[in-house]
Design a protein around this ligand. Structure first.
Ligand code: SF4
Ligand code: SF4
Length: 462
């Protein structure tokens, strides 16, 4: 069932040699929704916003040196494969402070799968005997012992559910639908887990919290501890295998089950459908089964949306890769790629526009959105390993929320939520951070016209 990092790196050899070191992946387009503020708005990180193509790789912005931008890492991968360079702690310290945000991959016209390469490089580095940085070793130790990176006890994983009167869903025998909560929402952002369950309950969904759930393995796929990641993957597949559909509220867990598990399983696919909870809400809006209620407290508030990298760019790039692999005429299919990616990015925006129409919020996009969206700084093992860099990156993102005068920044990932929340406190950005589902639950906004049937929910995903 398992592959080594070096095998994965060899699989990606064609991609690695496709990189021509043009460095276009350093930049992304800043949309300038209104030109107001250009050259005038100064963010907390001393940024002056935003004129056309801007530096977009958080690692390059933070460290500045050639090797830290993506093109440098592609050269390192090439040198490793050519045996011109050996793995060492020095190499590790260049390839680790990268958020695996995928901005570089999205910008690359050669379609180099940069994140897959960086993750395989990290795995091969560990296999070559180079120890992981201490913080990552600690997180791995905790997870091997307790099945989560936070050091939480197994019996407390669903404490929030018991406290919120949701106990009946724990190992609910009749359910065909599961909810994979994830470690961050189980042990830290319990408000997101609770809100997601309450929304399911209001919609009449018979779902199950699976007691044998363990960490999805995302942190370990990212930092190169793929043996640990695959152990966790195997436990989760065993625990969830009898379900028809599994919901997620975390962008990272969703991406890991949907994109990573198939790549690391010899079967090549997971035995159930996967869906993020906001997709359900969005599709119920489109089918006119739900609307939202007006709310005096939210009326007039400027609300913006942060696309989590794992949910936006990573899923979009997967759509692109799938169509490229299946294509017989890429010229013709490039329109299909653009269309499907545009549709995917519309999913959360359908929810925000409905909130604008029904609740009276003012939905305002930030300067960099969708494929060009700037990262929150939490992923790729960076929050655990390089906390200052992580928070500064989140603060750069919050500068963009400030630039459009947002009162509230929403997102659909407890990990993005946490990092944006902490940077908001640390750097005094003065915005309110919410999970989208959390906001819908907290202000009791759901106005249900017709509850969906099990068949209708299952049919939402092919
Ligand atoms: S990854 Fe793509 S954009 Fe970046 S340097 Fe290589 S070819 Fe150029
Ligand atoms: S994944 Fe993100 S942080 Fe890493 S090299 Fe690419 S753009 Fe930079």
């Amino acid at each position: 069932m398992s592959k080594t990092g070096m095998e994965r790196l060899q699989e990606l050899k064609k991609d690695i040699f496709k990189c021509i070191h043009c460095k276009a992946c350093r930049f992304a387009y800043s949309g300038e929704p209104s030109r107001k503020g250009i050259g005038e708005f100064k963010g907390k990180q001393n940024t002056v916003l935003y004129e056309g193509m801007v530096d977009a790789c958080p690692a390059g912005i933070e460290y500045g040196w050639e090797a830290f931008w993506n093109a440098g890492k592609m050269s390192i991968a090439r040198c490793i494969l050519n045996e011109d360079l050996d793995f060492s702690e020095e190499v590790r310290d260049v390839i680790m402070p990268c958020i695996t945000c995928g901005q570089c991959s999205a910008q690359c016209e050669n379609k180099v799968r940069t994140v897959d390469i960086i993750e395989a490089l990290r795995a091969a580095c560990k296999e070559a005997g180079v120890p992981m940085i201490e913080r990552h070793q600690l997180v791995e130790r905790l997870t091997k012992e307790l099945n989560n990176p936070y050091g939480g006890k197994a019996e407390e994983r669903f404490k929030w559910a018991k406290d919120a009167g949701l106990e009946k869903y724990i190992d609910n025998k009749d359910a065909k639908i599961g909810y994979f909560v994830g470690c961050t929402a189980s042990y830290r952002q319990i408000e997101i887990a609770t809100a997601t369950c309450k929304i399911f309950e209001q919609l009449g969904i018979n779902f199950k919290l699976v007691e044998d759930e363990v960490c999805c393995g995302s942190p370990f796929f990212r930092v190169g501890a793929v043996d640990t990641a695959q152990e966790l993957m195997n436990k989760n597949i065993e625990a969830f295998k009898d379900l028809d559909l599994v919901f997620f509220s975390c962008a990272g867990c969703y991406k890991t089950f949907t994109n990573d598990y198939p790549k690391w399983m010899s079967e090549g696919k997971v035995p159930f459908k996967t869906m993020h909870a906001f997709e359900l809400v969005s599709r119920l809006i489109t089918s006119e089964k739900i609307k939202f209620k007006p709310n005096k407290e939210l009326k007039g508030k400027v609300v913006t949306y942060h696309d989590p990298c794992h949910l936006g760019r990573h899923m979009a790039l997967e759509i692109e890769q799938r169509i490229i692999e299946e294509s017989k005429n890429l010229m013709m299919d490039s329109r299909k790629i653009r269309q499907q990616i545009a549709e995917w990015y519309e999913v959360p925006r359908i929810v925000l526009r409905q909130l604008e129409q029904d609740v009276g919020i003012q939905f305002k996009e930030m300067y960099r959105i969708k494929l060009d969206s700037f990262c929150c700084g939490a992923g790729g093992g960076v929050r655990a390993g390089y906390a200052d860099f992580s928070l500064r990156t989140a603060s750069l993102r919050l500068d963009e929320a400030n630039a459009v005068e947002a009162d509230i920044i929403t997102t659909e990932c407890p990990f993005c939520y946490r990092n944006l929340y902490d940077a908001n406190e640390e750097y005094n950005h003065g915005v309110v951070v919410y999970g989208l589902i959390q906001m819908i639950d907290e202000f009791k906004l759901l106005d249900i016209k017709e509850k969906p049937t099990l068949e209708e929910i299952l049919a939402m995903k092919e």
